[in-house]
Design a protein around this ligand. Structure first.
Ligand code: CA
Length: 231
């Protein structure tokens, strides 16, 4: 257990679950330089316990960890209603497929080797989006109500728990009803400047969002172009 730097600075505490000391050290270094407090755990079960006791503002999860892997940690958090933003760090491409396919409610992922600056950019991006734009009034479309100020979504009268990425995607679409947004526009507006190279990330998150919202919901696929909310 490494407690130095665990006292959160102004930007909040980030919990890192990573069993490779060299990678954990780099993550700690760059995140602390960016003004975050950092707490590192090398073991999965200890990581989950630390997330629950320390309540970090975001979690960076290595997939392969002793005692409990990153996927199990994320699933345990989501099942207990904990929607702390999670960024997965993966060692192999097939791990990315697994994370996306399992609909774990991950907010983002980075493949090893990654640039530490990129990691910091992703963390900043997620936390900035969570703070959100100046609050606007709740809006309702096709049975779905989104409250940007409280970051709450209800679908047909039922509360829906969304990841911060899913929330921002829905908020972006609902901010301009009937306006078609391309995958590239959604990537740049929801995920930031990062070049993901593919619209597949958008498609996967839209599919998860639709599954959570149920029917009816306002999201329309505009074939060959992208997505819109409402017709
Ligand atoms: Ca590992």
């Amino acid at each position: 257990m490494h407690l130095n730097g665990a006292m959160s600075e102004g930007r909040g505490l980030i919990l890192v679950a990573e069993d490779e000391p060299a990678i954990a050290d780099i993550e700690r270094l760059y995140l602390s330089q960016a003004g975050y407090g950092v707490h590192v755990e090398r073991d999965g079960a200890a990581g989950l316990a630390a997330i629950r006791s320390l309540r970090p503002v975001a979690v960076i999860l290595d997939v392969g960890l002793p005692s409990m892997d990153g996927i199990e940690i994320c699933r345990a958090l989501r099942e207990s209603g904990d929607w702390t933003p999670v960024i997965f760090v993966t060692a192999r491409d097939d791990e990315v497929d697994r994370i996306l396919g399992l609909e774990l409610g991950a907010d983002d992922y980075l493949a090893k080797p990654f640039s530490p600056r990129e990691l910091v950019a992703r963390v900043r991006g997620i936390l900035r989006r969570q703070e959100g734009p100046p609050t606007s009034a709740p809006s309702t479309l096709d049975g779905v109500t989104l409250d940007p100020g409280r970051r709450l979504v209800t679908s047909n009268g039922r509360d829906v728990a969304l990841t911060s990425t899913e929330f921002d995607l829905l908020a972006k679409l609902m901010s301009a009803p009937g306006h078609v947004l391309s995958r590239e526009q959604l990537l740049s507006s929801v995920w930031g400047q990062v070049d993901y190279g593919s619209g597949r990330t958008v498609d996967v998150h839209v599919a998860q969002l639709r599954a959570k919202l149920g029917n009816p919901n306002p999201i329309r696929t505009v074939r060959g172009v992208g997505y819109s909310a409402g017709s």
